[in-house]
Design a protein around this ligand. Structure first.
Ligand code: F6R
Length: 607
């Protein structure tokens, strides 16, 4: 949700900033801009539209200079227009700022600043910050920033440059993520690590309420009172292979295709012989054995993984588990007792709603387990213990490989809890592990059939509505299939629990609505077949995800996508894969921007 970069060194800032923004565009892409100090003057170039528009503007009208800041935006306050694009400047163009987050008290501040004769150009909350800095400036850059942040409510990551101080830039973090990269005679600011790939491996994670003052050769850190603090340098090992599209047209397809390897590597990391390893988990077994209730809270696709987590935890460890949407959990004053564990699932680890849920739990002295793909994220750092899902950077806005990695991680954690709670026999655990070990090869079989799914997409891409049905372990798969389709193809689609469908939604059925039914072999297979027949007898157009070898299902369906057989409880991991591919190809055929769907951003850092 908005990407920030900053550069100071001896290279042309323009090109370094563009490279960084290109890597961060998954965080927002409705407008972009840079501010560079060129011969003592701040020059701003910005535009509504994708980064390539800014790229064109800079090609026609380049800016020289070796210090600058850049931004790629996901609009919150003020629509996605050129005037609302960042950077923003003060009345005299002495300061320029880029911002990720939300200033909650901006309306009051703006009113007061206007009374003090400040002239605003945009409708953004961000612009108040730069006018406040202008007002608070007393010759000392840091002091004016320290005073300004004390006047702001909300969350913000900021990068600021000033004509008064052409050899330094300031980075600020409260709530929204920000890192500082250390180079040789050059330094960087970025919202996230991918922006710094190939630029530096040495980074500092800014913590909440910290400020960095950065010159070419030096980085000093301060707290919000302006007191200097020391921070530890970290080394990152991310390679461009992980953040490049390789031979694929889109990140989404690349990430779908990576899934067999990701599951295989989680298994390698977490299973040794008959043991499930969570040895880096910061909870000891004496604590885990006493857990009496679990509340999972998450958003979007991560919430769907949480819905499966409930099946796994209750099934394996017999611990009562609830699953909440973070934005609801956070405001409903949940009843939580001492033996409850709250689990926060988040790919990015920066989702504002999920962070708020985590803090709600901690305010009630409840322990939180984070399940994250970014171990440097806010959720990973604020949780009492963290499970790294090890999916590698996910760049496509629609989550695919992270979902599968979350589900596999939850599956293994639940088995681990089942063992600790003596709720599972060792032979059962071994059976589940052995079945899980076969999953990577089976996902591979499905992704290898992508051409078949592309042909199916060809027949359905022009429909206006889709319905997804699943039961038991696969109703979350139906929800996830519907979310994938709607977010990247803009086709209206909804997932239902198939048994619930007859209680109203079945009225939606006619021959124009494709109904994707997940009917792989398992305990409720016959019930699912009955539900399919209910739809068929009302002229529904049925696409079924079925287990290889199931011939009878063809009688009730218009199309069948076959997936390999597995045990019921692992079937969601396989069944979601054709749905990801179907969404991908439908969106592609509709001419949609698959990796950057409209109105969305990869990491939703506002509530
Ligand atoms: C959908 C998608 C979103 C995210 C949601 C939570 O494809 O990616 O629904 O799952 O915004 O994000 P994280 O997992 O980063 O907390």
């Amino acid at each position: 949700m908005c990407g920030i970069v900053g550069y100071i060194g001896d290279k042309p800032a323009e090109s370094v900033l563009l490279v960084g923004l290109e890597r961060l565009k998954y965080r927002g892409y409705d407008s972009a801009g840079v501010a560079i100090i060129d011969d003592g003057d701040i020059i701003i170039r910005k535009s509504a539209g994708k980064l390539r528009v800014l790229d064109e503007i800079l090609k026609e009208n380049p800016v020289n200079g070796t210090i600058g800041i850049g931004h790629t935006r996901w609009a919150t306050h003020g629509g996605p227009s050129t005037v609302n694009a960042h950077p923003h400047n003060d009345c005299k163009n002495k300061f320029a700022i880029v911002h990720n987050g939300i200033i909650e008290n901006y309306a009051l501040l703006k009113e007061r600043l206007i009374q003090n004769s400040h002239i605003f150009k945009s409708e953004t909350d961000t612009e108040v910050i730069v006018h406040l800095i202008e007002e608070n400036y007393n010759g000392n850059f840091l002091e004016s920033v320290v005073k300004t942040v004390s006047q702001l409510d909300g969350s913000f990551a900021l990068a600021i440059i000033s004509e008064y101080h052409p050899s330094s830039m300031v980075a600020v973090r409260k709530g929204s993520p920000l890192i500082v990269g250390k180079g040789d005679g050059e330094n960087f600011i970025a919202s996230d690590i991918p922006a710094l790939v190939n630029l530096t491996k040495r980074i500092y994670y800014l913590d909440d309420k910290e400020i960095a003052v950065i010159t070419r050769d030096d980085i000093q850190f301060y707290d919000f009172s302006g007191k200097e603090i020391k921070k530890e340098e970290k080394n990152i090992s991310i390679t461009d292979k992980l953040v490049d599209k390789s031979e694929y047209e889109h990140y989404m397809l690349k990430e779908i295709m990576e899934q067999p390897d990701i599951v295989a590597s989680i298994i390698r990391e977490r299973i040794s012989g008959e043991e499930i390893l969570f040895n880096k988990l910061n909870f000891d077994n004496n604590y885990l054995v006493k857990i009496g209730r679990i509340i999972i809270q998450a958003a979007g696709t991560s919430w769907h993984a949480g819905l499966l987590g409930k099946f796994f935890i209750e099934g394996f460890a017999r611990i009562h588990t609830e699953v909440d949407i973070s934005s609801e959990f956070r405001y409903r004053n949940p009843v939580i007792e001492g033996d409850t564990l709250v689990v926060a699932i988040s790919q990015s680890g920066e989702t504002a709603d999920t962070i708020a849920g985590l803090r709600e739990a901690k305010s009630k002295f409840i322990k939180v387990l984070g399940i994250c793909n970014n171990m440097a994220s806010t959720i990973a750092r604020e949780s009492d213990a963290v499970i790294d899902i090890m999916a590698g950077p996910e760049i496509g806005v629609a989550s695919t490989k992270a979902y599968i990695a979350q589900v596999v991680s939850l599956f293994l954690f639940s088995l681990y809890m089942g063992k600790i709670k003596w709720a599972l026999q060792p032979e059962d655990i071994n059976m589940y592990i052995n079945e899980l070990k076969k999953i990577p090869e089976k996902i591979k079989e499905i992704v290898d059939k992508k051409d078949e799914i592309e042909r199916l997409a060809e027949q359905y891409y022009n429909r206006n509505n889709f319905i997804f049905l699943g039961r038991s372990y696969n109703y979350p798969t139906a929800f996830e299939g519907a979310l994938k389709l709607k977010e990247i193809s803009y086709i209206h689609s909804t997932g239902y629990q198939a048994g619930e469908f007859k209680h109203g939604p079945i009225a939606l059925i006619d021959e124009n609505v494709p109904v994707v039914c997940i009917a792989t072999q398992g305990e409720i297979y016959n019930k699912m077949v009955s539900n399919i027949q209910e739809v068929k007898s009302r002229d529904g157009n049925i696409i079924v995800i079925a287990t290889e070898g199931d011939k009878q299902i063809q009688k009730f369906s218009d199309k069948v996508i076959y997936v390999p057989n597995t045990i019921d409880i692992l079937s969601p991991i396989l069944n979601v894969v054709p749905l990801q591919l179907l969404s991908y190809y439908i969106a592609l055929k509709r001419g949609c921007d698959v990796d950057q769907p409209r109105n969305l951003a990869k990491s939703v850092t506002v509530e």
